[in-house]
Design a protein. Structure first.
Length: 107
């Protein structure tokens, strides 16, 4: 499985669990496009990954989209018209990303 990460410099946070941090990635088995997934548009799913160093749930993965969606569709839904900031320059609203995926019929 190959992970294409979103906004690694920031934490994704669900407002209902503000202390739990996540990173967001598009997981795919198709790596034919190398570093240009927007050209090959591989199939995969969007996954939230817990970032909790030293704790048992560190790296736990939670799919937030259905499987077998195209990268370009996920990219359009996830990034939308910009990041839905909870705290500008620090945390991105994971619940809003889930809503975007749902509105785009990718869940």
């Amino acid at each position: 499985m190959t992970a294409i990460d979103y906004a690694l410099a920031y934490a994704f946070v669900d407002p209902t669990e503000p202390r739990r941090k996540y990173r967001l990635s598009f997981d795919t088995d198709d790596i034919t496009g190398g570093d240009r997934p927007e050209l090959t548009n591989p199939l995969g799913r969007v996954v939230a990954v817990v970032v909790n160093p030293g704790k048992p749930d560190n790296y736990a993965q939670y799919p937030i989209s259905r499987a077998h969606i195209h990268y370009n569709d996920a990219e359009a839904a996830v990034t939308g018209t910009g990041w839905p900031w909870l705290e500008r320059g620090r945390t991105i609203n994971l619940a809003a990303i889930r809503d975007r995926l749902h509105q785009s019929q990718l869940t």
